[in-house]
Design a protein around this ligand. Structure first.
Ligand SMILES: Cc1cc2nc3c(=O)[nH]c(=O)nc-3n(C[C@H](O)[C@H](O)[C@H](O)COP(=O)(O)OP(=O)(O)OC[C@H]3O[C@@H](n4cnc5c(N)ncnc54)[C@H](O)[C@@H]3O)c2cc1C
Ligand code: SF4
Length: 597
């Protein structure tokens, strides 16, 4: 094992007088993948990123012990992370009128908020309006991948052909067979740890070494197997065996820092877009990076209606520039890409570019979460301590509803993320009664015996679930902000009720003592899995993009992030975002070479 860090490559000078082959907006999972695939195919690419390029190891400081930090990782005075109560009783913009100088989404309120305060956006500068929504945004090179939770799952034809299965919504214009080779590419290029289960509804990846389940998790796995359900080790977008082709990343050495704070891995065993995709793309000599570049319009050629580049503003000087390119690729994340499309109004595209269908901003979907269960495994009380948080994740229970059965109250399904065992801060300590020596002994004895899990359910896409531009409110750069018109519906509420019931049942069946069942549905947005807003489809009247994430209306415009997803499924989206982007960018590069773009 080597912990040697290789210095990032030197940046090429941006030359705004030239026309690049492609300009990519956004450097997260989607934009990083676009940069990787296109530069490997020899295209000259300019990558525009609104945030800064941070010295990320100095931000994350994964090796720092809590007692070495002046506030044990908490935010400094004057900084504030929003709470569930604030999201529940107030309306956006949540930072408006706040006495705090800086306000962050709820992720900034987690333990270790100080480590992410330069990665998350300050809500004071980045307001949004409309219905309640806990919008978590990261503005830095790499976007949210700097701190993501690493659960890396595939979708299946239960998701891509969901309409065929239950009649609701639309099928995707692709099937699993179309995407499987690209999932394989992502697995092999970025590394994923997991265990094969041969499930038709959660296809296996090409896994590296899995993380180990602990005793309580094995107990639950065995019990679930008896009723035909599965508990599998966390499928982590983490290289557990190392990647010989990538000199910027190391294999996981199991310190668990990614689990103790908001996420982030100093040695880049957990995938992040800069070390996984962007630095290797820079090494090709074909990638130019422009950070602090806030894109605010896709520029259009007046005669042909084709995209001719992107207008952006320097985030510090607020000066505006134009980047010229033969192909424009948006990858600013689901909601920001929709915002950019809507902002790009012109004579040819009065409702925003690529929006002849009127579907941009609509069919917004994500995951509903909140309900779950906590239990105690009596056999584990007083057992020797183990390093359970020294791993990138606990376990995942894949969907089991509406596969072969038909639930009376709702369609689609949900999965559970969970974990058990010892952690740096002993689980259950807050709830343990008493004080003094006896209290400490009880906390120590019980610390490894708790097990918990929480559900992530599919939110149905609905045309009326939408974002548009607020006619009045602007961000700190004078750019109109998004206005939400979005709420969970009856299907989500019924599904959430079922999550709490089945979670309890599964623990009880395993002989786990249930000590708490959570039924609260968290505010819309909490899952940080926003999807839809520019969906793919075969019909230009009801979709924005074709199966290659290419705008129906504008041949040389692509949108390669989660906005293209037709439905949310209940599996975490990042691996699918990257597999789709890989597929589309291969198509794009072929079309470019043939002169079709
Ligand atoms: C705490 C946390 C836990 C998560 N856990 C998981 C998980 O376990 N599994 C999973 O699959 N997903 C998880 N996610 C979600 C995952 O991070 C996202 O799905 C993924 O990062 C989306 O990639 P993206 O490229 O679309 O967006 P992002 O990663 O957000 O990148 C978008 C980039 O575009 C930039 N940008 C935005 N607007 C502009 C503009 N106008 N001009 C220029 N640049 C712009 C942003 O600054 C950003 O860098 C988690 C996220 C968080 C925050
Ligand atoms: S457990 Fe592995 S992936 Fe997580 S921070 Fe440690 S080395 Fe990185």
């Amino acid at each position: 094992m080597t912990l040697l860090k290789v210095a990032p490559p030197r940046e090429q000078e941006v030359d705004l007088s030239r026309t690049y082959d492609a300009v990519v907006v956004g450097s997260g999972a989607a934009g990083g993948m676009a940069a990787h695939v296109l530069t490997t195919r020899g295209m000259r690419v300019l990558l525009l990123e609104a945030g800064r390029r941070l010295p990320i190891e100095q931000e994350l400081r994964s090796m720092e012990w809590p007692y070495d930090h002046p506030r044990r990782g908490d935010l400094p005075p004057g900084y504030h992370g929003l709470s569930l109560n604030e999201y529940t009783i107030r309306q956006p913009p949540y930072a408006k009128g706040s006495a705090f100088k800086h306000v962050y989404s709820y992720v900034g309120g987690w333990s270790g908020g100080d480590y992410v305060k330069n990665i998350l956006v300050d809500e004071k500068d980045h307001p949004y309006t409309g219905t309640r929504y806990a919008w978590v945004r990261a503005r830095a090179l790499g976007g949210k991948t700097n701190i993501w939770g690493r659960l890396a799952l595939r979708l299946s034809d239960y998701d891509f052909k969901a309409k065929t299965h239950d009649g609701y919504g639309e099928d995707w214009p692709i099937s699993y067979a179309d995407l499987a080779p690209y999932y394989d590419n992502v697995d092999l290029y970025l590394g994923i740890s997991g265990h094969r289960e041969n499930l038709p509804h959660l296809p296996d990846s090409l896994f590296q070494r899995p993380t180990k389940l602990n005793a309580a998790e094995v107990l639950l796995r065995r019990s679930l197997a008896r009723i035909g359900r599965v508990l599998t080790p966390y499928r982590a977008g983490v290289t557990s065996d190392g990647l010989k082709h990538n000199r910027y990343r190391n294999k996981c050495f199991g310190r668990g820092a990614c689990n103790r704070r908001a996420g982030g891995c100093d040695i880049h065993a957990a995938f992040d877009s800069p070390t996984g995709l962007i630095y290797p793309a820079m090494d090709t000599g074909h990638l130019t990076l422009r950070t602090n570049a806030v894109a605010h319009e896709v520029l259009v050629d007046r005669n042909s209606g084709r995209a001719r580049g992107v207008a952006f503003m320097d985030s510090v000087s607020k000066r505006t520039y134009e980047a010229k390119a033969k192909v424009v690729i948006l990858a600013a994340s689901t909601l920001e890409s929709a915002r950019l499309l809507l902002l790009s109004r012109s004579r040819q595209y009065p409702n925003g570019i690529a929006n002849s269908s009127g579907h941009v901003g609509h069919n917004f979907c994500e995951h509903v979460m909140g309900p779950g269960v906590t239990g105690l495994v009596r056999d584990q009380v007083g057992k020797p301590h183990t390093l359970d948080d020294g791993r990138p994740g606990g376990f995942y229970v894949p969907r089991f509803r509406n596969l072969t059965d038909r639930q009376p109250g709702f369609i689609r399904g949900y999965g559970f993320e969970g974990g058990s065992g010892h952690a740096m801060f002993p689980p259950g300590a807050w709830g343990t009664p008493g004080f003094g020596v006896d209290f400490k002994r009880r906390v120590r004895d019980h610390a490894g015996a708790f097990i918990s899990m929480g559900g992530f359910g599919e939110v149905l896409p609905r045309y009326e679930s939408a974002v548009d531009l607020d006619p009045e409110v602007k961000d700190a750069w004078g750019i109109p902000v998004l206005r939400f018109n979005y709420q969970f519906g009856d299907n989500e509420r019924k599904m959430a009720e079922d999550m709490a019931v089945t979670a309890r049942e599964m623990f009880e069946a395993a002989g786990i003592e249930v000590i708490g069942v959570d039924r609260t549905v968290l505010t819309e947005g909490w899952s940080i899995h926003e999807l839809g807003t520019a969906r793919m489809g075969t019909d230009p009247k009801t979709s924005v993009l074709n199966q290659f994430q290419q705008a129906h209306d504008v041949r040389n415009l692509f949108v390669v992030d989660g906005s293209s997803h037709v439905s949310a499924s209940c599996q975490n989206p990042t691996w699918t975002i990257m597999a789709l982007a890989w597929r589309s960018c291969e198509y794009l590069a072929d079309e470019f070479r043939k002169g079709n773009l």
